[in-house]
Design a binder for this molecule. Structure first.
Ligand SMILES: *[C@@H]1O[C@H](CO)[C@@H](O)[C@H](O)[C@H]1NC(C)=O
Ligand SMILES: *[C@@H]1O[C@H](CO)[C@@H](O)[C@H](O)[C@H]1NC(C)=O
Length: 430
């Protein structure tokens, strides 16, 4: 699509929204803009945001851990904004959960992130993915419901643990004496030529994305200007893009996730929460995706989705489908409603508002019912302005259960064999 075409489309969108949208309950309610998703030319009309530019230029060669002392809040932390972020999450648990799941679909399309997941090799069967992502869920949940900076709290222990794990993998990959071994472990053996969803996804994304002339700046790969410097694994770039995954879709499309009346204060609090967590996980202040508050982060998020992530997804590497399916299958052991194809369809249709005939044609009748159910749940949540207090308190009572879930037992009960179809399977490492 040309820039003019994009602008025209946006004007139509704005007019439709203005006509259809009820007056916001809060004068500062925020809604996402759909058309910009497909128009890198528009979101990049004024050039890349300087922080994002730095993340892309210098982030890939910068060591992924800043070295700040562990479990120490940043000097610039604002307790009021941080608390607003947590209150926002408590009110919108279901919305936040679905947004995070969709973010993983998108994040895995970023080549340097997928590389690390394949390398660590502990998420290439549904059983392993369940354990692997369950740890991620625990970490994130612990920071949402407890305090990461109070010694002895759940969030405190998780923060220490996650940073330690990251550094272990980082050292293993970067300081390995045998770089060819590292590259070998980043390759997932198998045959992916006939993965049906990848092919459908490519067709669906080609329609809105291919028409515009490719521009080198909007290429999916980060580009380092200093080619003498070697890219690092789990670099500041990877950390910052992961930070995008946690905040981007939610602040871009709160209404699409059933959050009809999010205020700027709430979304800004959520952004600040992840700014603080990013710092504590070792993101250098220069590369912190969430710096500057809601406005600049939103701009960066739009540019990241349209200019980096969706183009990556359009040419996702062969193991993308296999690894993402394992992720969804594994999360499905504990999260009801997470099914690889139906959530992909929901992300495309509901969140990104993209016509996705090829992916939808692959849905079984049961998956179709599931996507309709998802839309129903979201509109219910939206009608009610988030979870009712009773549901929220029920959820909070469930958290200790989630915390001490007998993982091995769940794994046995819910076991699913790895996906295997002709032309689409991985050779699982022993
Ligand atoms: C959003 O709407 C719900 C339902 O009307 C209401 O309970 C809630 O307080 C609202 N939130 C804000 C921040 O206005
Ligand atoms: C991979 O699968 C395709 C079918 O989709 C098949 O034609 C091809 O021979 C397979 N390649 C290998 C190396 O097994």
């Amino acid at each position: 699509m040309s820039s003019a075409g994009c602008l025209a489309l946006m004007a139509v969108f704005a007019a439709v929204l203005a006509a259809a949208a009820p007056p916001p309950r809060s004068s500062r309610a925020v809604t996402g803009s759909a058309a910009t998703v497909w128009c890198p030319d528009v979101v990049l009309a004024d050039g890349w945001d300087p922080v994002l530019r730095r993340i892309m230029d210098e982030g890939p060669t910068a060591w992924g851990d800043s070295g700040v002392p562990e479990n120490t809040p940043p000097p610039w932390m604002d307790a009021r904004r941080y608390a607003a972020g947590k209150a926002f999450i408590a009110r919108h648990t279901i919305s936040v959960t679905f947004a995070h799941v969709h973010s993983l679909y998108l994040l895995l399309a970023v080549p340097s992130v997928l590389d690390v997941l394949v390398y660590t090799g502990n998420s290439d069967t549904p059983d392993e993915a369940f354990i692997r992502y369950y740890d991620t869920v625990q970490g994130v949940l612990s920071w949402y419901v407890s305090d990461a900076f109070t010694a002895g709290s759940w969030g405190f222990e998780q923060l220490k643990h996650v940073r330690w794990m990251h550094n272990l993998v980082r050292l293993d990959m970067n300081d390995n004496k045998h770089p060819e071994e590292v590259r070998e472990k980043m390759r997932l053996a198998g045959n992916f030529t006939g993965c049906p969803v990848s092919a459908g996804l490519r067709r669906d994304l080609d329609r809105p994305l291919a028409a515009r002339a490719p521009r080198p700046e909007t290429d999916a790969q980060p580009f380092s200007q200093d080619s003498n410097k070697k890219s690092k694994y789990m670099s500041q770039y990877d950390m910052a893009i992961t930070q995008w995954a946690f905040v981007g879709p939610l602040i871009q499309f709160p209404d699409r996730y059933g959050i009809g009346n999010a205020t700027e204060e709430e979304l800004d609090g959520f952004v600040h929460l992840w700014e603080v967590l990013g710092y504590a996980l070792g993101i250098d202040d220069r590369f912190n995706f969430c710096q500057g508050g809601l406005g600049p982060t939103l701009r960066r998020a739009r540019q990241t989705l349209a200019g980096i992530v969706l183009p990556s997804m359009r040419r996702a590497r062969p193991p993308w489908e296999y690894m993402t399916r394992c992720m969804a299958d594994g999360l499905g052991y504990v999260l009801p409603g997470i099914d690889f194809r139906s959530q992909l369809a929901n992300m495309l249709r509901v969140t990104l508002d993209a016509p996705s005939p090829s992916v939808e044609a692959l849905l079984t009748p049961q998956q179709r019912t599931a996507t309709a159910g998802y839309r129903g749940v979201l509109s219910d949540i939206k009608e009610n302005g988030g979870l009712s207090d009773s549901v929220s308190s029920l959820f909070l009572q469930l958290v200790p259960t989630l915390r001490s879930l007998p993982k091995e037992q769940v794994k046995k009960l819910r076991h699913r064999p790895p996906h295997r179809a002709e032309g689409c399977y991985a050779r699982i490492r022993p």
